[in-house]
Ligand binder design. Structure first.
Ligand code: ATP
Length: 237
C-alpha cells in the first residue's frame, strides 16, 4: 500500500491536557479513510495536527515530505486541502466572490464547479451568508477543490444537514475521492459504510482499531464497543 499521509507517535498537548497520546496510522493514497471515535477523543485535533494548527510532536509525512515542523500555509500550499467543521465561508461575499478568493480568474466558472456543484453556479450572485448549511458546505468544498491537492482533510461535512443534503455531500465526496484521497471525520455510519474504504478509530488519545470500513460498520458489537453507537441507531446516508 502506498500512503499519502503517515503519522507516527503523534502527541498533542493543550496545557495540561494530553489529547493525542502517540497516534500512528497511514492513509492510503486512494479512496476515503474515515477517522472515527466518540465525542472529544481528538479527531479534529488529529486533522489540526497534520495542518500545523495544533501544537504537535512526532512524525507527520505527506507522501515523502516531513511536515511536522512546517507552518500551516506551507502545508496547504504543498497540497493538503482542509474543509473545517464550521465551513468558514465569508457570509458577506457572494458565492462567486468566495471562490475567487482562491481562483481569481475563474471563481464559479472553473470547470470543476460546474461539474460538481451546478447549484452554486445558479447561485453565483447570492451572498454566502444567506445560503443553507448544505449549500455553504458545498462552497467550502468547492473552494478547496479549486486547488490541486494531494490529500483532503474533511471534518464532519454532514453535521446538521438534512438527509437529502447528506446524500448530496456524500456523492460529491465519493466523486472527489476517485482522484484525490480523503481523510474524513464523520459520525454518520451509513455514510461511512457507503463511501469509506478504510477506518481508523481513536479512543483515549490513541488508535484502537484500523481496518475495512464495511466490516466495522456492519458489526454492531464492535461499533457499540468502539463508538458507543451502531448502525441501528443512525439514519441512512
Ligand atoms: N484549543 C484547545 N485548547 C484546549 N483544549 C482543546 C482545544 N481544542 C480541543 N481541545 C480538547 O481536546 C479534546 C479533543 O477535541 P477534538 O475537537 O479533537 O475532539 P473530536 O474527537 O473532534 O470531538 P467531536 O466528535 O465532539 O467533534 C477535547 O477534550 C477538547 O476539549
Amino acid at each position: 500500500m502506498t500512503s499519502v499521509l503517515t503519522l507516527e507517535d503523534v502527541h498533542v498537548r493543550y496545557g495540561g491536557s494530553h489529547v493525542l497520546q502517540g497516534v500512528s496510522f497511514e492513509v492510503p493514497d486512494t479512496g476515503v479513510t474515515a477517522l472515527l471515535g466518540r465525542n472529544g477523543v481528538g479527531k479534529t485535533t488529529t486533522l489540526k495536527a497534520v495542518l500545523g494548527l495544533a501544537p504537535r510532536t512526532g512524525t507527520i509525512r505527506v507522501r515523502d515530505r516531513e511536515v511536522q515542523g512546517e507552518r500551516t500555509h506551507r502545508i496547504v500550499a504543498g497540497g493538503v486541502g482542509y474543509v473545517p467543521e464550521d465551513r468558514e465561508v465569508f457570509g458577506g461575499l457572494t458565492v462567486d466572490e468566495n471562490l475567487r478568493l482562491v481562483d481569481q480568474a475563474s471563481g464559479v466558472d472553473a470547470p470543476i464547479v460546474g461539474e460538481l456543484f451546478p447549484d452554486l453556479v445558479a447561485r453565483r450572485h447570492q451572498r454566502a451568508g444567506t445560503l443553507s448549511g448544505g449549500q455553504q458546505q458545498m462552497v467550502s468544498l468547492a473552494r478547496v477543490l479549486l486547488r490541486d491537492n494531494d490529500l483532503l482533510l474533511v471534518d464532519e461535512p454532514t453535521k446538521g444537514l438534512a438527509p437529502k443534503l447528506v446524500t448530496e455531500v456524500a456523492d460529491v465526496l465519493a466523486r472527489v475521492a476517485t482522484t484525490t484521497p480523503i481523510l474524513l471525520v464523520e459520525q454518520n455510519l451509513p455514510l461511512v459504510r457507503r463511501i469509506a474504504d478504510t477506518v481508523v478509530v481513536l479512543d483515549a488519545g490513541t488508535v484502537v482499531h484500523r481496518g475495512d470500513a464495511a466490516a466495522l460498520v456492519e458489526d454492531p458489537e464492535l461499533t457499540t464497543e468502539l463508538l458507543g453507537v451502531s448502525m441501528r441507531a443512525k439514519g441512512a446516508a
